[in-house]
Design a protein. Structure first.
Length: 231
């Protein structure tokens, strides 16, 4: 299933349009809604913390690393230590991610850093000399063509952190739960401050994974009955 998810992402990259003008228009619509809700603080946040090298570099490492390390590590942990919960955990992240990929194909949206006017900083591009990433999101330098830069809505960076927190919540104590919540909050802060996502992207990322969690629960609740019927 995970291999299939990777194939689906690759296909979505080929199917998604690279029409930057339309993606910017869609981002403008998101920004308009945020202004009505008084959530349009991306510019202030990126200019306040993104311009400070001592903050920008750690944020860039966070954005380019933890998304790809913590999530599979938790998936393996659930498989090894809590095998009974693994099918639902796996299904939840696959379903949530699949919904996100459909959104990337149908609703290509420019992130703040690709908006005109220089109002939003591209923090990863500014700090690329400190790491392996280039100016194309978190893709390694020279491999920007492998990533979809218009895949802003929803933010699966945030969605996957919500999945991580949910997956370990039942199997850890107060300290572990606090760390899980801080991981969600920290990633949300980073994706916005680095100019890679809008606030509503983060909300949508959490929402699609929440849908995956709910649907995986329904699948799990029906599985025993189906097994019994097949016998």
């Amino acid at each position: 299933m995970l291999a299939g998810l990777w194939v689906a992402y690759s296909i979505s990259r080929l199917l998604a349009t690279d029409d930057l003008a339309s993606a910017r228009a869609r981002a403008g619509d998101i920004l308009h809604v945020e202004s009505l809700l008084h959530l349009d603080f991306e510019s202030w946040l990126s200019s306040t913390v993104g311009a400070v090298t001592q903050i920008a570099v750690p944020m860039s490492f966070w954005y380019a690393t933890l998304h790809y390390v913590v999530t599979p590590a938790v998936l393996v942990l659930v498989f090894l230590r809590h095998r009974a919960d693994y099918p639902r955990a796996r299904n939840a992240i696959v379903i949530g991610s699949a919904i996100g990929l459909v959104c990337y194909v149908l609703l290509p949206t420019a992130p703040p850093r690709l908006m005109p006017g220089g109002q939003y900083l591209d923090v990863l591009a500014m700090t690329s000399t400190f790491g392996w990433w280039g100016g194309d999101a978190s893709a390694p330098a020279g491999l920007g063509h492998l990533t979809n830069e218009l895949a802003a809505m929803p933010s699966l960076h945030v969605g996957w952190t919500v999945w991580v927190a949910w997956a370990i919540w039942r199997h850890t104590g107060l300290v572990g739960r606090a760390i899980a919540c801080l991981y969600v909050a920290g990633t949300t802060f980073v994706v916005i401050a680095t100019g890679n996502h809008w606030v509503l992207d983060a909300v949508a990322g959490a929402a699609v994974v929440a849908v995956g969690i709910v649907l995986s629960g329904r699948i799990a609740s029906r599985t025993p009955a189906d097994d019994l019927a097949s016998r």
